[in-house]
Design a protein around this ligand. Structure first.
Ligand code: GLC
Length: 459
């Protein structure tokens, strides 16, 4: 009798849907791992609708602000210089951003054309920019003495920007967080055994619960939160991946507390439909729109003005305004979003170089944002004219030609027969055309990257 039960159990198991799904997965690697889908069993269309405000927005602001603004030489400083928590304590003891006025920040972001903002609630150093119940390592206990994030949220929301939180999965301060290859107290070329010995007595269960408690605070105490940006995973020996974070649990929690929330892809759940919403190429231009299982995926490139994410006093690698504009246009021309980072100073202000760039972008966006918002790649039938970048608004059926290198008196186009009317976007002045060329004035207009707005004939 016992044998029969065992035998039938084996048979049922090997024919169970899960076993079938696993077999199918092995056979067909390109098939999405739907069998492990997370709560929202949403279709592509539903996901597209949920994210539509975000893809329409195209431009956001990242803000990296924490204790690392004080050493002002990289937000990874605790790691780079292998500082102990005791050595790092001086920053906590002296953190006093007395010039902090987030309404000024929000006004600058809005003027630059940014539609959403993502703020570092906690970066890898573990310091919390809000009044968390679950730690003393937070801004309210420093000379700052108040919930900086609450003021930030109120100010940006008042300007109409959507709100996102960045939450570091790494934590170089929490006592139960195990030391790994990315930790300030890492062992050079350490073996697994050495790390195990070092981590004896630490309990990651406690840290996992801590993250959930904090994410719950962030997603319940600050109103509607539009984005959560978890950062980041580094699976492998002495690294950390989705099991270490309980990424599935975090995603489920976030989606249950804020059903429309948009989540980045750094939880090491890349093969899980529902485990992420957008791909995050960092500090690089992509060759083409990234894909997932053969289909185009939503993506956002995160970029700094100068290199490091936290305020860096001595960095001399600042991107110019034209470079930043080109980066934005190119991103949209490949169906992506751009999130540009500001690292405020320890006094709580935007650095003058960041201000200059935001102003420059704002000046251009004031006249030209129609070629950015709601725009995407041009349909393939439009061959890109020389030294230009194209974007397209499918809702208005208008094509935007960005003159990266100004063409002098004419620009050759292969699609003149499709043009109903053309004008410069910055001043609405007519651009005449014939069968081969758009006729531009010899003198480049007073506009960093002039744009020709093309009203296409109805299809
Ligand atoms: C990184 C870095 C980091 C920064 C982030 C932004 O992975 O660890 O300092 O916050 O990316 O994308």
């Amino acid at each position: 009798m016992k044998r029969i039960v065992i035998l039938s159990l084996i048979l049922t198991l090997s024919f169970s849907p899960l076993a079938e799904a696993q077999k199918a997965k092995k056979k067909d690697k390109a098939k999405p791992a739907v069998e492990f889908a997370l709560p929202s069993q949403e279709t592509r269309e539903q996901k597209y609708q949920r994210m539509k405000w975000w893809t329409d927005a195209r431009l956001g602001m990242f803000i990296h602000w924490g204790l690392y603004a004080m050493p002002a030489r990289h937000e990874w400083i605790k790691n780079i210089e292998r500082l102990t928590t005791e050595e790092y304590q001086k920053y906590f003891d002296h953190f006093d951003p007395d010039l902090y006025n987030p309404r000024e920040w929000a006004a600058m972001a809005k003027k630059a054309g940014m539609k959403y903002v993502v703020f570092t609630a906690k970066h890898h150093e573990g310091f919390c920019m809000w009044d968390s119940r679950y730690t003393d390592y937070k801004c309210t206990n420093t000379p700052a003495g108040r919930d900086l994030m609450r003021e930030f949220v109120d100010a940006f929301r008042a300007e109409g920007l959507r709100i996102g939180f960045y939450y570091s999965l790494l934590d170089w301060h929490h006592p139960e967080y195990t030391i790994d290859v990315r930790h300030p107290q890492r062992i050079s070329k350490g073996t697994k055994e050495q790390y195990d010995a070092l981590n004896q007595g630490k309990n990651m269960d406690i840290y996992r619960q801590y993250m959930k408690d904090q994410v719950t605070e962030l997603l319940t105490q600050y109103g509607k939160i539009d984005i959560i940006w978890f950062d980041f995973s580094f699976p492998g020996e002495n690294g950390k991946g989705h099991e270490d974070w309980d990424s599935e649990g975090l995603v489920k929690l976030a989606r249950s507390l804020q059903p429309d929330i948009i989540i980045d892809d750094r939880l090491d759940l890349n093969d899980v439909w529902g485990g992420w919403d957008f791909i995050t190429p960092e500090q690089k231009k992509v060759a083409e729109c990234p894909t997932w299982h053969g289909e185009k995926a939503a993506w956002e490139t995160c970029q700094t003005f100068s290199g490091s994410w936290g305020y860096h006093r001595d960095e001399n690698t600042w991107k110019s305004i034209p470079q930043l504009l080109e980066l934005l246009i190119e991103t949209v021309s490949k169906e992506g979003n751009l999130i540009l980072n500001v690292g405020p100073t320890a006094r709580g202000e935007f650095d003058y170089r960041a201000k200059e760039r935001l102003e420059g972008m704002g000046k251009w966006m004031h006249q030209n944002s129609r070629s950015i918002y709601h725009c995407t790649a041009a349909p393939a039938e439009f061959q890109v004219p020389e030294r230009t970048l194209l974007t397209y608004n499918p809702e208005t059926n208008r094509l935007y030609i960005h003159l990266i290198d100004y063409p002098l008196s004419r620009l050759a186009v292969s699609f003149a027969d499709k043009i109903a009317y053309a004008q410069f976007l910055h001043d609405g002045s007519e651009i005449k055309f014939d069968k081969e060329f758009l006729h531009t004035p010899v003198l480049k207009p007073d506009c960093e990257i002039p744009v020709i707005e093309v009203f296409l004939k109805e299809k």
